[in-house]
Design a protein around this ligand. Structure first.
Ligand SMILES: Nc1ncnc2c1ncn2[C@@H]1O[C@H](COP(=O)(O)OP(=O)(O)O)[C@@H](O)[C@H]1O
Ligand SMILES: [Mg+2]
Length: 362
């Protein structure tokens, strides 16, 4: 079979590396061959991903970023571009036409669907009647007291932009919220109006991952995050990507996740992630929707494809096939079986655990 020639960006990140590893597994399981040029900003992290050619890129905000990607496509005769980190995906989506007119395929949401602000999404979700936490924007210092009067206490304060729980913290009073903002403003991380206050959600930490093609849902699954790495040495306890998570059978969360994606996009196309936290009554409330890959989504696909010996579970591989306008060969919507635990630890590897059985994935 002819090889597929792909450009992948951000391959040094954990998510990017998971994506490339999943494609390498697909090669072993299907006999297909991928020639992959991988870029990353970080000179050390770029060494991790098993790509054919490694190229350091400037940051996504640098005018040279898109130029470099176009020149790599030309130099290596590449046919498809997969920008993995959402900030890079957004810039590529904004410049999609430059790639398309050179015959390079993309499979991305519209740029405004990638990394939308939390305040914009809170409005969209409310308009669409999707359960989400009550939100107060902070435009002046007095809005903080107003937020506590309106929403009660404790609250969750967070930055409107960014990922991985950026500048998020549970705050028990207006004074705590003020001090948190003050410190972050003083140290140059944010401005006052970068923050919002939201109702604090004490329940389970859930995620919904989904792959869509021209408005049609192709694959989805729901999981519960059980443990974050180094939570004891972080103020919020949220450190981006979990070390322990499990697949769950939760039709209501899947339904809310699907509706959240449809609140963001009228015609979802590409990969979309939703985060939910349960309120005190156990109802999932959407805290984030984004046309991006969750860090572990390609790793879950890898783990199931490897353990169950079936490349149809490999989300990264299905995504590439769809991106090449090929039928992924799924009889029905793909989902993962419940009660499988993905256990990861820095330097220790990755395990898939189900009942009293476990498999070493990496
Ligand atoms: N209102 C909230 N109450 C409690 N925890 C929250 C709340 N909003 C977010 N979190 C926690 O912070 C994590 C990150 O927030 P999320 O909405 O996914 O945005 P991002 O990942 O872009 O920072 C969530 O997975 C959840 O654990
Ligand atoms: Mg999130």
């Amino acid at each position: 079979m002819r090889e597929r020639r792909i450009l992948a960006t951000g391959v040094g990140g954990i998510g990017g590396c998971n994506f490339i590893n999943a494609l390498r597994l697909a090669e072993r399981q299907t006999g297909e061959r991928f020639f992959i040029v991988g870029t990353d900003f970080n000179q050390y992290h770029i060494l991790f991903a098993p790509v054919d050619v490694r190229v350091r890129s400037p940051r996504h905000s640098d005018p040279g970023f898109i130029k470099l990607l176009l020149s790599l496509c030309e130099k290596h005769g590449l046919e498809f571009i997969h920008p993995h980190p959402s900030v890079e995906a957004r810039v590529v989506a904004e410049n999609a036409e430059l790639f398309r007119e050179r015959g390079i395929r993309l499979f991305l949401p519209r740029p405004e669907e990638i990394a939308p602000t939390k305040s914009y999404m809170a409005c969209r979700l409310r308009e669409h009647g999707v359960p989400s936490p009550k939100t107060v924007e902070i435009g002046s210092w007095s809005d903080i007291e107003q937020g506590f009067r309106e929403l009660g206490s404790p609250l969750w304060i967070r930055a409107k932009r960014g990922a991985g729980g950026r500048l998020g913290l549970k705050v028990g009073s207006a004074e705590e919220a003020r001090l948190w903002i003050k410190l972050n403003v003083m140290q140059g991380r944010a401005r006052l109006n970068d923050f919002i206050l939201q109702e604090y959600l004490p329940g389970r930490d859930l995620a919904y991952d989904s792959l869509w093609y021209e408005g049609r849902l192709v694959a989805y699954y729901c999981r519960e995050r059980l443990e974050y790495p180094f939570k004891h040495i972080s103020l919020s306890g949220i450190t981006g990507t979990p070390t322990i998570a499990r697949t769950i059978n939760h039709p209501e969360a899947c339904e809310i996740g699907r509706r959240a994606v449809e609140a963001l996009s009228t015609r979802p196309h590409g990969f979309y992630s939703v985060d939910m936290k349960e309120n005190a009554e156990g109802k999932p409330m959407v805290t984030e929707v984004d046309g991006k890959w969750h860090t572990t989504a390609p790793l879950w696909g890898y783990a199931f494809a490897k353990t169950l010996g079936n490349p149809a579970y490999n989300l990264a591989y299905i995504y590439i096939k769809l991106g090449y306008s090929e039928e992924p060969g799924l009889n029905e919507k793909l989902t993962f079986p419940p009660d499988y635990y993905l256990v990861r630890q820095l330097d220790a590897g990755v395990l898939l655990v189900h009942g009293d059985k476990h498999w070493r994935i990496m």
